[in-house]
Design a protein around this ligand. Sequence first.
Ligand code: FES
Length: 109
Amino acid sequence: MLIMVSKGGFRVKLFGGPAPILVHSKEFILAALLRRNIKFPYACQNGVCGTCKCQLVAGEVVLDSYSESALTAYEYEQGLILACRARVLSDVIIGKLELDSDSAHRAGD
Ligand code: FES
């Protein structure tokens, strides 16, 4: 169940990236980043592939349903999230993970 704490939105900052963007509380982080033409790795946009996996550096999010093959319970405990399934509950800072050259990168190709 998703608990809404704000009717507006929160700021999402990409660690080492451009200025924070406003993300509406019903919007997924990945969708907001892509809407603002901010490069971010993704593929399925449905919580299945794991390409958008990133580090939650600060703040709180809630994740909609996703495949455990995309994000394991251990990874979640380590602070990793899926940007395509994450909705913000506070201002958030996220960090991209280092990806190998075979990983999918659709944004900004
Ligand atoms: S883009 Fe595939 S899990 Fe997020």
